[in-house]
Write a protein that binds this ligand. Structure first.
Ligand code: PMP
Length: 366
């Protein structure tokens, strides 16, 4: 090692400069963190839009005797792509895999975004899109939404337009006709993030037939496999060939592949949990209306605005009572009074309502 440590300082400085425009990803607090901070016995997390019922028991069974940890997984995962093909009705030569939807998006950016290219993002939305755009030194064009949070404009010259339907954090879907107009009008690719597709009937998946569209899906939400990082994308076979050139060689572990196959083979389990979540969402939406402005949702979370409290104040008051929700004040384009609440199990949602009643009783208005 060289003596004076300046080379370390230099590289730190270089990295800091290089990444200075990239916002930090602020994940929701963990259950453990909140439990310790407030000395609580029970903490629930309604902040990451996970499936509170978990994955199918068949999935756990299917990976229980896996032993080949020393062998690389297959890079093409044909069997999984066949299973996905049966599930979504597009041929397997249109399906690519990635380490979660996040991994899919990283590959898409590598594929088409270079310094100074325009990337169009309607806001508010999932914050990682902007991080990726900045990381790739793109010019980010923030698109307006209407009062229902539907995308209301587009940028013709964008090399990549990113739509999220249902949208995180606002819960609404895009209008099919307007999205088709965008797809037909822009010069670049349109990526449609359908992470929450299983929670709605209003899907845009069939637009994958268009040559400049990529549809993204994940096993993290309805299938209850967030921990295994399994995402996939549907696109034209020519585009898929290019995608594969810049994908990491082994994006999914064998465990992930086996789990995803068995999750798809037990669709009934997933569909049942989705039904339970949707029934709970309807119940929770009604209850939340006595505290908040509640926006209609097509997903497994609800976007609300408080009249009296800032998102940060209210999420702290809830945390102290053992409930973690998502403070949306750091989402670009969200108000400072907005929260995103994932739909939990019935007793978890009841715990939230009780806490809100208590806060209301002590401090008045929520
Ligand atoms: N897109 C959206 C809209 C999301 O909300 C999330 C999860 N926070 C992701 C992508 C990332 O999903 P995955 O776990 O598949 O990487």
């Amino acid at each position: 090692m060289e003596g004076d440590g300046n080379h370390i300082k230099d590289i730190k400085e270089r990295i800091r400069n290089f990444l200075k425009d990239i916002p930090e990803y602020i994940p929701g607090k963990s259950v453990e963190e909140v439990r310790r901070k407030y000395g609580l016995k029970r903490v629930i997390k309604l902040a990451s839009n996970e499936n509170p019922y978990g994955c199918s028991p068949n999935v756990i069974e299917s990976i229980s005797d896996f032993k080949n940890f020393h062998i690389y997984p297959p890079s093409d995962a044909v069997e999984l792509r066949e299973e996905i093909s049966r599930y979504i009705g597009f041929e397997e030569d249109m399906i690519a895999l990635g380490a979660g939807m996040d991994g899919i998006m990283e590959t898409i950016f590598r594929m088409c975004v270079r310094d100074g290219d325009k990337v169009a993002i309607p806001i508010p939305t999932y914050t990682y899109y902007e991080t990726l755009a900045r990381m790739h030194r793109a010019v980010t064009v923030f698109l307006k939404r209407d009062e229902e949070f539907k995308t209301a404009e587009f940028e013709r010259d964008a090399v990549l337009t990113i739509l999220n339907s249902p949208n995180n954090p606002t819960g609404n879907v895009e209008s099919f006709d307007f999205v088709r107009e965008i797809v037909e009008s822009v010069r670049g690719l349109v990526f449609i993030d359908e992470a929450y597709a299983e929670f709605t009937q209003k899907r845009l998946t069939m637009l994958a037939e268009m040559e400049n569209v990529i549809i993204g899906r994940t096993f993290s939400k309805a299938f209850g496999l967030a921990n295994l990082r399994i995402g996939y994308a549907i696109m034209h076979p020519d585009l898929r060939r290019e995608f594969m050139k810049v994908s990491t060689p082994f994006p999914l572990s064998n465990i992930a592949i086996i789990a995803a196959i068995s999750a798809l083979k037990d669709r009934e389990y997933m569909e049942n949990t989705v039904r339970m979540i949707l029934a709970e969402r309807r119940r929770l939406e009604k209850k939340l209306k006595s505290f908040f402005r509640v926006y209609p949702s097509e997903a497994n979370f609800i976007y609300v605005e408080s009249e009296h409290y800032s998102s940060t104040e209210l999420s702290n008051l809830l945390e102290r009572r053992g409930i973690i929700v998502r403070d949306c004040s750091n989402f670009r384009g969200c108000s400072k009074h907005s929260l995103r609440i994932s739909v939990g199990k019935r007793e978890e949602n009841d715990m939230l309502i009780e806490a809100l009643e208590e806060i209301h009783g002590i401090y008045g208005g929520v």
